[in-house]
Design a protein around this ligand. Sequence first.
Ligand SMILES: [Zn+2]
Length: 214
Amino acid sequence: MFAPPPPATVRTQVLVPLRFPDGFHTTAVVFSFHGLVDGREHLAFGLGDWAASVRRSAAGGIAPLVRPHSECLTGDVFGSQRCDCGPQLREGVERVGARGGFVLYLRQEGRGIGLYSKLEAYALQDQGLDTYEANLALGHSEDERDYTVAAQMLLALGAERVALLSNNPDKAEQLDRLGVTVTERVPTGVHLSPANAAYLAAKARRSAHTLQVG
Ligand SMILES: [Zn+2]
């Protein structure tokens, strides 16, 4: 079912130089928005020659590369080894910058269940449940992420066609339904560590992620 979201508009755009712990650095244009449907403070990071990539795409050329990243406080900020969010974000910023496009920073912690519930799910995982079973045990869906605000941000930025940097087929299907054409799916790398191997295996098994683990 095709259901375009209500229009959002850019509220502020400002340059922010970025530097990651491994020394990689770049400059982003960070966008905030009016009109995002859930009222949360989601961000778009314009990287590389994002403006040219949007123009080129509008003229029928190659689409900007877009990485939707769901907030993970423990992984993004503190380098938690329980998931691969930190390395995924770091990879996304560099790869999007190389081609021109956007990293969308979506404030939906823990597959949308929230930070405290995510920590409770970790505790259940330590008792033997996988990440999806733990969410269900807490009364949540397996995955409550919703990409409506991602589509709103992309449409506000003029990116009606995107190349999607993701291994998750659900993201592409949701965006297509929301009026953003996914012209190409670009797989991300696999960031395996001893602590996140079980998490990545569950992700591959349970949500048709196109990654190979172990
Ligand atoms: Zn994470």
